[in-house]
Design a protein around this ligand. Sequence first.
Ligand code: ADP
Ligand code: MG
Length: 258
Amino acid sequence: MTTTTTQSVDVRIRNLHKAFGGREVLSGIDLDIPAGSVTAIIGPSGSGKSTLLRCINHLERPDAGYVQVGGEIIGYRPEGGKLRERSSRDVARQRASIGMVFQQFNLFGHRTAAQNIAEGQLAAGVGSAAARRRSAELLARVGLAGREGAYPSELSGGQQQRVAIARALARDPRLILFDEPTSALDPELVGEVLAVVKQLATTGITMAIVTHEIGFAREVADQLVFLDGGQIVAQGPPTEVLDHTDNERARAFLAAVL
Ligand code: ADP
Ligand code: MG
């Protein structure tokens, strides 16, 4: 079990607020994710799970509060007691250290697996030979050795998602965010993707994963967070939250999905 007292905190979220069109979607989130640990985020549809992940890599700008990763505030820097917006170049640098995997894979259909993986590296100025080697290495790591030349349409959903995971790892992120990585997959393909995520969890990278796979969360997560109406209403070791939460909403949700 990881605790903030024995391990350094990698992600620190404080008083995070985000509204869309006057409706608050995140209402004061406080959360620590220790370095090298896995946090699973569960909760009903519309509770703010994706928005929370998107705030962590600045795909959404918080209205108040902040997200700190590796000691740096994402998207802003302190200046004269205030937070100033960072330059887009600086935000790009911060984002490069945070991998993200989406429900819908988001691979480029007209590019091969290797090209999809290499894209971010090439944009960052890595040479094409080095990027090619790295793509091959990452494909092997997600169980797709030799599939460099495959186009997304030639791959199953589970294989495409594993390519997306390889792409998220290409620039050696310290942190990886998964937003329902198996929700778009046929049931028989879920296991191969979860196996890759589980293996990744043993490598010391920090992970946050939004998932409805409760059994997986129980097995792999160090910390489980239940989000409801833009607030964390239950939080702790998975067994504690899953088996013993006294939060009414969390119990009702778990009774429905388990
Ligand atoms: P979850 O991932 O838990 O299903 P989301 O974070 O996607 O929840 O969304 C939370 C709420 O915020 C939803 O009501 C959703 O419609 C709304 N929302 C999310 N993104 C936007 C946006 N870009 N513009 C307007 N409303 C949004
Ligand atoms: Mg979502």
